[in-house]
Ligand binder design. Sequence first.
Ligand SMILES: Cc1cc2nc3c(=O)[nH]c(=O)nc-3n(C[C@H](O)[C@H](O)[C@H](O)COP(=O)(O)OP(=O)(O)OC[C@H]3O[C@@H](n4cnc5c(N)ncnc54)[C@H](O)[C@@H]3O)c2cc1C
Length: 380
Amino acid sequence: MVALSSVDIVGAGPAGLYAAILMREAMPGCRVRVWERNPPHATFGFGVVFSDQALDFLRADDPETHDLVTPRMERWRNMTLVHRGETVTIDGIGFAAIGRLELLDILQRRARAAGAEITYDCPVEDGQGLKGDLVIGADGLNSVVRAGEEAAFSPVWGQFENHFAWFGTERAFDTLTQTFLRTDKGTLNAHHYRYAPGRSTFIVECDPATFDAYGFAALDEAASARLCADIFAGALGGAPLLTNRSLWRRFPRLWCENWVSGNRVLLGDAAHTAHFSIGSGTRLAMEDAIALVKALCAHDALAASLAAFQAARQPVAKKIVDAANSSAAWYDGFAERMVRAPLDFAFDYITRSGRVDMGRLRRLSPDFMRRYEAAREGPQ
Ligand SMILES: Cc1cc2nc3c(=O)[nH]c(=O)nc-3n(C[C@H](O)[C@H](O)[C@H](O)COP(=O)(O)OP(=O)(O)OC[C@H]3O[C@@H](n4cnc5c(N)ncnc54)[C@H](O)[C@@H]3O)c2cc1C
């Protein structure tokens, strides 16, 4: 195990808090400090989803956190897609969801109980000022730790075309639902699912032409929420949309060629992004922390352990990031794909990441596949 006397972690999101818990558990003699710019109960967004498989990593690696998190989750076995007003159920695509704030609360309590020192309301202006034996950049997309050594970390940036805004609503949906709409101003999609008994995430997404036609750029958060609630009144049953830093954005594509520079290491969104449509960013962030602490325990020298972390973790994360990028690219083109009939469109949707073969799909979603294949064989 690497002998560390102090670790500085920038960012108390899922990556930073989870790294703090695991570091303290593995190395009780090491001082672990977490620096967070926001107050303890502030966060962006609403709920986050995990795919069924995404929870397996917690069950295997950390049953204690798994047992704290899973009873607070909303779960469902099927997902629903709505196109041309028709509802298609895709069985076997299970997800579980939790409020982002609730997840962070659980991790905060676990980190404090493990002896980590968390300082809120404390933005780190310059990662170079941190003097821990190890400095962990878990400070998300606009990481200051990464910015301090841009050339060493070699970030590669891109951006998806669609615009999206992350809203919430008090309406509870039965399953994770994808509602696609064609209006006289263009096409839109909403990803919506409940993450607590009376709360759901409602992410609205549209292409640039639709974004311009609705004039979203000129609207403030509240006006955008009203307009989107109006457009999706059918799906929402007339319920309003709630805001929490629900600004229109385009999803960034980031991949750092290196996650390690000297005694600095990047985790989670600071190192890579994964489009929200496959529900993996939080899981990736937490799995990065697991891999880092495993590597620190398996080697005596810091440099060797960080190199081992990067070598082991990058290929695994890359597969998921590639799948997320394929999924995001599908969303960028959903308007053209909407010429398809609902079942064809749903099939196109579930095979969008390029990772699902027909045999697997028949096992995973037997009812949907029976309907889809019967429709293809029937009169066209
Ligand atoms: C619309 C949308 C929907 C999403 N849905 C899902 C989903 O359903 N499932 C899922 O798994 N993922 C989802 N994600 C992705 C997920 O939110 C991120 O991948 C995840 O939060 C990454 O965790 P992180 O700890 O690396 O970064 P973050 O969660 O961004 O945490 C970084 C922390 O660092 C702090 N920080 C930043 N700079 C500084 C500084 N200079 N000093 C001190 N503190 C700083 C920030 O305040 C923040 O608390 C979604 C993302 C978006 C945009």
